[in-house]
Design a binder for this molecule. Structure first.
Ligand code: 13P
Ligand code: SF4
Length: 348
């Protein structure tokens, strides 16, 4: 666990981090990307951190990969690459920087390390986990293989390196249907997200898909009744759900896709009003680029994603901690599963 009082004292001695309206006013280009969702007073608090992180990033030859669920000040203020899990995994293979700071959750940092064993991959808070990653171990994969002999195992990237290493191929919510369709097998095991598996099964009825019983604590909270009520109360709202939601929720939505799929849909359709049935920061992060769209609806936050803050990113770069390590034999096997996914996806 991070010793925040101590970290705060150390950072305050090294950097000028007091709220600074003058600096905030000078950093209008950065602010313009989040002005709809971050108040000027909050920007005066964030700006000194954003300035310090961006300067330190250059000194350390670091790049920041940020998931779409990061807070707007991280997403717009300090990131070099933003995207869904698939985009971040692919970008991790392309960076020239020597250091990768992962603004997301632990499995994303592990994936970056697996794909870049020679680079330093830093995680600002090692407690940024994931309920899906915690739901399964290699023993669970072995159990599924014993129950369905010969069936290939398709594992969501939201898993540990050990679980990936025990699997045949990975998938993300952006490419799961494509991966399942491409596999030459009648029965396919999908782990660990039962709802993603069920949503894929609905789109690929020619395959028998069996699944592990994991779920995402953010997306499992939505119910089909919530969506029906919301539609009744807000007629004309476009409802867009992530495929980690239960299938009856997805069935009530107008569109379902990965976080990149959601962004692409909003950009193409430009609905007057939209409800994003996913983590809360997603709507905040795309809000300024879509001023004509009104985003409404509940705000379900991922407590793991929200562990990443500007303060912890600054500490991570300052102290070069915490470095992600993956044992070589595990990384080699996990890399096969992740690379198979990337290669298969590239075939289109
Ligand atoms: P995508 O960004 O790949 O859609 O995944 C969502 C998610 O829950 C990541 O933790
Ligand atoms: Fe895991 Fe769900 Fe949080 Fe994504 S949103 S990190 S799947 S718990």
């Amino acid at each position: 666990m991070l010793d925040m009082p101590n970290i705060r004292d150390t950072l305050a001695a090294e950097y000028d981090l007091a709220p600074n309206p003058d600096l905030a006013a000078k950093m209008q280009d950065e602010y313009a990307r989040m002005a709809r969702v971050v108040s000027p007073a909050d920007w005066a608090i964030h700006a000194p951190y954003v300035a310090a992180i961006n300067a330190l990033k250059r000194d350390r030859d670091a790049t920041i990969l940020a998931h779409n669920y990061m807070t707007p000040e991280i997403f717009h203020g300090i990131s070099d690459v933003v995207g869904d899990s698939l985009q971040l995994a692919i970008e991790a293979t392309r960076t020239d920087a020597q250091v990768i700071v992962q603004c997301g959750v632990h499995f994303m940092a592990e994936t970056s390390k697996i794909l870049n064993p020679s680079k330093t991959v830093l995680m600002p808070d090692m407690e940024a986990g994931c309920s899906l990653a915690e739901s399964i171990t290699p023993a669970g994969i072995a159990e599924m293989r014993a129950r369905f002999p010969g069936a290939p195992v398709v594992t969501y990237v939201n898993t540990t390196a050990e679980v990936k290493a025990a699997s045949d191929i990975c998938c993300t919510s952006a490419n799961a249907v494509q991966i399942i369709r491409a596999l030459d097998a009648e029965t396919i095991i999908m782990t660990p997200d039962q709802y993603l598996a069920q949503n894929v099964a609905a789109q690929v009825p020619e395959k028998r898909i069996v699944w592990w019983e994991g779920s995402c604590i953010v997306h499992e909270q939505y119910t089909a009744q919530d969506i029906r009520d919301f539609r009744d109360w807000n007629p004309g709202t476009r409802i867009i759900a992530h495929p980690e939601c239960p299938p009856d929720v997805v069935a009530e939505a107008d569109f379902s896709g990965s976080t990149k799929g959601i962004l692409d849909y909003v950009s193409a359709e430009r609905p007057e009003r939209a409800m994003l049935v996913t983590e809360c920061s997603m709507a905040s992060n795309i809000s300024d680029a879509h001023p004509d769209v009104e985003f409404i609806g509940p705000c379900n936050m991922c407590p793991y994603m929200k562990k990443i803050t500007l303060e912890k990113v600054l500490w991570s770069l300052h102290s070069m901690t915490t470095e992600i390590t993956v044992p070589e034999d595990v990384a080699d096997k996990a890399r096969l599963a992740v690379q198979r996914m990337i290669d298969l996806g590239a075939k289109g």
